[in-house]
Design a protein around this ligand. Structure first.
Ligand SMILES: [Fe+2]
Ligand SMILES: [Fe+2]
Length: 276
């Protein structure tokens, strides 16, 4: 992976341009109900980015100038993903109902997580390593989910829209991954990060979306042979970070939470523990 250049990264940042997308063509192609259901979930997550930003403003993350610059661009871009998916759903005949303000949409578990994040950040000087690792996992999971949705939905306008969003998510992933790689180089930091990820990580939207919706999304996008292969690829990439070899992650989560979606003969690769 190439070295990271923040100025070059920022220069490529900007609002997603969908002005030339074939919006009139959206309704000409069928959109399967399960694809619309998955899209509603993803739209909700994209438009909830402000909740994660509020969470992060209470942590050490904003004390790091590189991370603070990134987060400003990241929030800007994610907001436009939410708007574009909202527009697509309306054009496809599945308009979203107005939703409550973000704060009231948070359940108790999510509010506790918000408080816990601030506490961990205060107590642990290397908190940003955890944040960057967590972000890398979530961006990679998200872009993998979008790729799988394009393959499952087979809707030409949606595929084009998702391809553009995926380009942004890849740049987000790249930033988080490069940061994580550097910060996890200290073995003690990698050990604590691994401990926390292994115990607390769950797919984006857990605690915000109903559990049934999280399982439906995982079964639709990560079930079966192709879905499992995509999940394994996420795990393999994250396991290349310092101290993360053999980390049980997305594949293990799917096996645990939606066992019916795991194709027979396609189990996750056995977890190999290596000294962190
Ligand atoms: Fe996004
Ligand atoms: Fe993203």
């Amino acid at each position: 992976m190439e070295a990271f250049d923040l100025d070059a990264w920022v220069a490529r940042s900007g609002a997603l341009d969908v002005s030339d997308l074939d919006w009139d063509g959206v309704a000409k192609h069928p959109l399967a109900p399960e694809a619309a259901r998955v899209l509603r979930y993803m739209q909700d997550i994209e438009s909830h980015t402000i909740v994660y930003v509020r969470q992060l403003l209470a942590t050490r993350a904003i004390d790091d100038p590189e991370v603070a610059t990134f987060l400003a661009c990241w929030f800007h871009e994610e907001t436009f993903h939410g708007l574009a998916l909202d527009r697509f759903l309306a054009a496809a005949g599945h308009p979203l109902p107005p939703r409550p303000r973000p704060r009231s949409a948070l359940n108790l578990a999510a509010r506790l997580e918000e408080a816990a994040t601030a506490v961990v950040s205060r107590a642990w000087p290397d908190f940003v390593a955890l944040h960057m690792t967590w972000g890398a996992i979530n961006e990679l999971t998200t872009l993998t989910g979008y790729r799988r949705l394009a393959a499952v939905a087979r809707h030409p306008v949606l595929s084009e829209l998702l391809a553009r969003i995926i380009r942004d998510e890849s740049r987000h992933f790249f930033f988080y991954y490069k940061q994580a790689e550097r910060r996890l180089a200290k073995p003690g930091v990698a050990r604590v990060t691994r401990f926390l990820v292994e115990r607390f990580w769950a797919p984006v939207g857990t605690g915000v979306q109903p559990a049934d919706e999280v399982r439906f999304l995982a079964a639709t996008l990560l079930g079966g042979a192709e879905g499992q292969a995509a999940a394994r690829k996420v795990d393999d990439t994250i396991r290349r970070l310092p101290g993360m070899a053999g980390l049980p992650l997305l594949c293990a989560w799917v096996e645990r939470n939606v066992p019916a979606a795991v194709a027979s003969g396609q189990p996750c690769a056995p977890v190999q523990h290596s000294p962190a």
